[in-house]
Design a protein around this ligand. Sequence first.
Ligand SMILES: Nc1ncnc2c1ncn2[C@@H]1O[C@H](COP(=O)(O)OP(=O)(O)OP(=O)(O)O)[C@@H](O)[C@H]1O
Length: 613
Amino acid sequence: MHPLPVNRQNTLMLINFTHFCTGNRAHTFREKLDVCLQKHTGRRIAARLAQDRLQEQLVIKEKRKIDGCLGQRTQLTEELQERGASGEIRELVRLLSKPHVKSLLSVHDIVARKSYDPELPPLPDDIDDEEDSVKIIRLVKNKEPLCTYTHFNGHCERFKLCTHTVTFKHIYYYRHVLYDFITGHHGATIKRDEHTGAIIVARILRGGAADRSGLIHVGDELKEVNGITTDDKKPEEIIRILAQSQGAITFKVVPGIKEEEPNKQPKMFVKALFDFSPEEDNAIPCKEAGLAFKKGDILQIMSQEDATWWQAKNEGNGNPRAGLVPSKQLQERRFAVWRPLTVALPQRTPSKRFTGLRRSFRLSRRDKKTNKSMYESKRSEQYDTADVPTYEEVMSYRRKPGEKHRLVVIVGPTGVGMNELKKKLLISDPQHFGLTVPHTSRSKRQSESDGVEYHFISKHSFEADIHNNKFVEQGEYKGNYYGTSFDSVRSVMSKNKVCLLDVQPHTLRHLRTAEFKPYVVFVKPPSIERLRETRKNAKVISGKDDKGSSKPFTEEDFQEMIEASQMMENQYGHLFEKVIVNDDLTTAFSQLRQALRKVETEAHWVPISWTHS
Ligand SMILES: Nc1ncnc2c1ncn2[C@@H]1O[C@H](COP(=O)(O)OP(=O)(O)OP(=O)(O)O)[C@@H](O)[C@H]1O
């Protein structure tokens, strides 16, 4: 028989065989065999036939005592040969006689015969007959750093547990004593009860082995560690005992009186609006039990029982065990302390343009003469982010056929290329994309038509509309008002077009409604070196004169663009769903086009309140 070549695929396959034999992930065997067989023949039917046959045999027999996969192969081959000589059968017979398959099955048989059950230690002799419902839990340490962490008053002890693929629990009832043997991932934290001084299980991490086993509960009291009573011990001493112990660690616990309530809270998904790194968080009860995430990550909240530290899973990383994350309340409290610093930042480096002084007229690109700065937003409004960036409850959403498109809002520092990108989108598909028509109180010129370049209204009406919150944003330039109304956005959307709107980021809060469902794209400048290279021939509307003349970018323009971009990201980054670096224009455009296509066709996360309308 040919030896099995040692390569990645075979190794993976053996691991999966091991898992299969030991009761874990039986499906992976199926998948791997499928892949393996298909690779050899390229014939799906033949592969499935063999796979189903083998799988059937494997499942019927007791998993860990399978003997003779190789024997099954021989039997199957004989049966197939009896059935006749169709092309597929011949191919399957040939496949089953391949040395690789034979070797694989032979190795499987060897692995399957091995016993992976952990060696159970003898039951303790000194069990107190009077002691009711004492639980003895034994953890086996070894050199593999599996993630079991136990917390004692701010300190963490990492257990290196038995890494057998078997993580069975063995429960023996002996008089009134429940003897638990657990190997694998423990996933619990322990604290000292302030009133009684007892050391109790503080929390069970959702999805961890402790949670899955159902053997350890919040409120269980830790009485002994390796036979040493914890009564008179300081937490540090217990940690020392744990650190020094070799092999198995035995805990004696008294189950808490109150049974842990099953988690009745509905599963909630949230979008994280801030970055979190447990490593850098000194308040977290156990750093290793923390779950790191980045702004924009989607988290599934598994438990909110603890008002300060929630348990969550990160949708993106596939880890079944929940980790600790700051609760909303905790993050709000922290933000209240940090906020004055955040707000102070722009005042230290005042950027004329970031406060709203736009060089180009953002409302009607058709009006060349007024193509210049006009917005002077109030500073107070600019930094009134109102919502504390913690978590936002979200839900999966996919646009239904015929449903209005989400409003596409483009934000970025002035001169970064927002209009250029909008223009490109419009040209690429004028039937699909649309722009708003702005309002103005200035008088109409001969070449203009009402409702084309602008909606021309009187100053009085404009003021009334401002008063009635009809505008997404508005400003005054040379004694005339200019503004984009909510109705002009509605008008584009009602034509079943994707409305493209570029606004100052502080207006986002008015647009974030179920009606508009804004998809916010942040256009970010590249590095200053790349700005110098790519914008060599670009012209911007001069911010220094009133004539609307264009001029090449200056170093100062680039600096301000980068500074403004950083401030916007700091202040409003949690509201951006897509960040596009406008380095090479064609690349930036295709990224934007692709992102918009995805939003239109695929499921994605939106605030839950937007899905209730
Ligand atoms: N990736 C790019 N490479 C080279 N030039 C670019 C790029 N993106 C934009 N530009 C040029 O930079 C100038 C400013 O772009 P644009 O008018 O689109 O900026 P904007 O973000 O709309 O700014 P504003 O707020 O001033 O209206 C234009 O001349 C445009 O052609």
